[in-house]
Ligand binder design. Structure first.
Ligand code: COA
Length: 160
């Protein structure tokens, strides 16, 4: 079982992150999209390294929306050869923890309606599906938007 090192994003891995995530995308992002997230909010993005090689990454941001602070998971991918070992869970937990420490009221993301792995992954983490976004992607497919409320998660664990 692989035991990667989970660490905060560092700019020398920008190209590797683009390559890793592109493999699984139905529509390509330009490098500027990655830069937009990673240069402005490096503190919410994490990478998984195995013997110095990138095998997973999560790219997130956080900003103020009306009177709420919203965290947003933009991209998440684990190398096909290393899936099913909890690596995405470790990456997502690290990013969510960083957002919680910076007072996120909610954390949201979108995923394609037919991405079964992503849907069960986020539901397993405690996210709830709350909106269907019609023809959200360039390929015409719909997305589901998911939300996680840290406050609610705290009160659930306090009541256990
Ligand atoms: C989704 C993805 C990131 C999961 O990575 P991973 O490291 O394999 O995930 P984990 O091992 O942490 O999985 C944790 C839980 O998620 C769920 N899950 C993960 N992959 C799943 C799959 N293929 N089918 C069903 N459930 C799945 C399971 O509940 C799993 O818990 P379990 O192993 O106890 O059953 C990975 O499949 C991936 O990179 N997919 C391509 C990119 C993508 O779709 N990203 C998400 C869209 S933003």
């Amino acid at each position: 079982m692989p035991h990667p090192q989970i660490q905060p994003y560092s700019s020398e891995y920008l190209d590797d992150i683009c390559k890793l995530i592109e493999k699984d995308l139905s529509e390509p992002y330009s490098k500027y999209v990655y830069r937009y997230f990673l240069h402005q909010w490096p503190q919410y993005s994490y990478i998984a390294l195995l013997d110095g090689r990138l095998i997973g990454a999560i790219v997130s941001k956080q900003d103020a929306r009306k009177n709420r602070i919203r965290g947003y998971i933009a991209m998440l991918a684990v190398d096909k050869n290393y899936r099913g070992h909890g690596i995405a869970t470790q990456l997502a937990n690290a990013s969510i923890q960083a957002m919680r420490e910076n007072s996120a009221d909610e954390i949201v993301l979108e995923t394609e309606v037919d991405n079964e792995a992503a849907k069960s992954f986020y539901e397993h983490l405690g996210f709830s599906r709350y909106k269907r976004l019609y023809r959200y992607y360039l390929n015409g497919r719909d997305a589901f938007r998911y939300i996680f409320l840290p406050e609610k998660a705290l009160s659930i664990s306090a009541n256990k």
